[in-house]
Write a protein that binds this ligand. Structure first.
Ligand code: B4P
Length: 187
């Protein structure tokens, strides 16, 4: 599981780590953007939430995750962007949950100033409407601090949290993640 503020590199590192581990990569941000592109009723509601920089409802997220992994017989995943709230974390700790509780939670640590500059860069190269407006970026940082950062303590208490400095070049961050995973050189 990859946990970190917006722009910390979850979507950059996730596919690489998944390939290395030979498991599927599941990114809830991608699932939501696909739903928006489909033009469904849910997609229209999700678009409004993303444009404000808020989080989509926990029940919707748990259903989307279950739908995405429902046809897979994989015993493991790299999860990017889920959970983002304590309620989502608890939803995968119950019997019958769509994915197992995490074996390792990688915290991609990045200062807010670097987040702002990375998202401003991405707003220029990709069509992410939630990166383009500085007020929305500030809202996402606030939502991360209030609703997602408390998960760090949740997973630290469970003994599965490892922290990686996400401010280094992409390949260095990848190497650091692989090194701390269970079975890696220092994991
Ligand atoms: P996400 O799609 O998860 O996006 P993110 O957190 O903004 O970015 P990420 O960390 O993946 O950054 P990336 O690698 O692309 O979420 C979007 C929205 O969906 C959320 O705000 C929320 O509203 C909603 N959502 C998603 N999951 C949810 C859930 N579970 N519950 C409720 N709502 C949910 O990197 C960003 C930029 O930095 C890129 O341009 C990249 O090239 C660059 N970069 C990455 N690593 C770098 C490095 N080491 N050095 C220099 N640049 C780097």
């Amino acid at each position: 599981m990859l946990l970190g503020p917006p722009g910390s590199g979850k979507g950059t590192q996730g596919p690489v780590v998944a390939r290395h581990l030979g498991v599927p990569y599941v990114a809830t941000g991608d699932l939501l953007r696909r739903e928006v592109e489909s033009g469904s009723d849910l997609g229209r509601r999700v678009a409004a939430v993303l444009d404000r920089g808020d989080l989509v409802d926990d029940d919707v997220m748990v259903d989307l995750l279950a739908g995405a992994v429902g046809h897979s017989d994989s015993s493991g995943y790299v999860l990017d962007g889920f959970p983002r709230t304590l309620a989502q974390a608890e939803s995968i700790e119950r019997p019958g949950a769509p994915v197992p509780a995490p074996e390792a939670v990688v915290h991609l640590a990045l200062p807010d100033a670097v987040v702002r500059s990375r998202l401003a860069g991405r707003a220029g190269d990709q069509s992410r409407t939630d990166d383009a407006d500085p007020a929305v970026v500030e809202r996402r940082l606030q939502v991360y601090d209030e609703q997602t950062a408390p998960l760090l303590d949740h997973y630290r208490r469970r003994g599965v949290l490892v922290t990686v400095d996400a401010g280094r070049p992409v390949d260095d961050v990848t190497a650091a993640i692989l090194a701390v995973l269970p079975g890696g050189p220092s994991g």
